[in-house]
Design a protein around this ligand. Structure first.
Ligand code: NCD
Ligand code: ZN
Length: 350
């Protein structure tokens, strides 16, 4: 059967290799949208204050498990927020105990709640060296934040001035380039000789920067890294649907309440947990690559992180009627707008 004629697809249960669950009432309001479809997720540590120690991560994991809807099985894979003061012994202990799956590098000021991030990577070298030794991956938000660099060039400049020098200095370090948004990023990963992989979000496969700016400014399409030109979106789609084991799903689903986005200085973040699998099936069908959706969403990520694949499966069905999602979800923290892919979705998770 050619992929185009497929109307039902069963794949191993997917994982989300980059997720913002937040805390408190927001956590309670959004976690069910991830645990419904995903077995595991890498949980971003950019809370206020951030998750910087193993003790912080232990406590945060407990809050996540307490918020999980009854009966759902979901494993949060915890990360630590790298600071210039991170203690290598604490990181190693967290990894050894099985709690910590990765450490996250946010260049200072790169995105929401990243002011405590790393300013001078030299200061983080002791912990990065330890991570290289123990095989603990570094997840990077790959953007420079120097004001001279145009926001659309931040990723390419990061690769040239931070990532490549770091990988040359410490080739044993495993690096995940998270939410790759440019052809430059894709090409850099493809040219690498190992120890480098990239996650790709759902929304960057669907929108380019026009979604954000044409016909009026649309804050619900604003995220960081910001969506780029069409040529970049096409490169991301080609990589995601290629089956190349170095690319996998990280939704970067990042809920903010509407008033924080619909204002003069709106927050970055797009909420996609609820409809990601529906959107991805649509994209992979458009690319005639439904047979490679499982690699992207369920196989390549665990292989990279050295974890077993999920034994459970989910089934996606294509239906004649469009599947509808609420435009907004209500949480006790406030209303969150759901990502609108701007086309009808016909794939549903049954
Ligand atoms: C994220 C958030 O809101 O925490 N926002 C986003 O646009 N992706 C931060 C991040 O991961 O960059
Ligand atoms: Zn993120």
């Amino acid at each position: 059967m050619s992929p185009q004629s497929i109307t039902e697809l069963t794949i191993r249960r997917p994982d989300d290799w980059h997720l913002h669950l937040r805390d408190g009432e927001m956590l309670k309001g959004v976690i069910g949208d991830s645990s419904r479809h995903f077995a595991r997720a890498i949980i971003m540590p950019n809370l206020v204050p951030p998750v910087v120690t193993t003790a912080d991560a232990t406590a945060y994991r407990e809050r996540i498990m307490a918020a999980l809807p009854k009966g759902d099985r979901f494993e949060p894979l915890m990360t630590l927020y790298l600071t210039e003061g991170t203690n290598p012994d604490d990181v190693e202990a967290g990894h050894e105990s099985g709690l910590i799956t990765a450490v996250k590098l946010y260049p200072a000021g790169a995105t929401t709640n990243s002011h405590g991030g790393v300013r001078n990577i030299d200061k983080a070298m002791p912990v990065l060296e330890r991570m290289a030794r123990i095989g603990l991956p570094l997840c990077v938000h790959g953007e420079v934040t120097t004001p001279e660099v145009d926001i659309f060039d931040r990723e390419a400049v990061f690769i040239e001035t931070v990532l490549d020098p770091l990988r040359t200095r410490l080739p044993e370090l495993k690096v995940t380039m998270e939410h790759v948004t440019t052809k430059d990023g894709i090409d850099y990963i493809k040219a690498s000789k190992g120890n480098l992989a990239g996650s790709i979000t759902t929304h960057h496969l669907i929108i380019n920067r026009n979604a954000l700016l044409v016909g009026g400014i649309r804050p619900h399409y604003y995220c960081l890294p910001v969506a780029k030109r069409e040529v970049h979106r096409l490169a991301l789609r080609a990589a995601a649907t290629s089956g190349d084991a170095r690319f996998f799903l990280g939704t970067d689903s990042a809920p903010h309440v509407d008033p924080m986005k619909e204002c003069a200085c709106g927050c970055a973040g797009i909420y996609t947990s609820i409809n990601t699998m529906n959107c991805l099936a649509h994209v992979f069908e458009q690319e005639d690559a439904l047979d490679r959706l499982e690699a992207f969403a369920s196989l390549n990520g665990p292989a990279w992180y050295g974890l077993p694949v999920n034994e459970e499966t989910i089934t996606l069905c294509k239906q004649a009627e469009a599947v509808t999602f609420p435009g907004k979800i209500e949480t006790e923290a406030g209303t969150v707008t759901v990502f609108d892919p701007m086309f009808p979705l016909h794939w549903n998770v049954v």
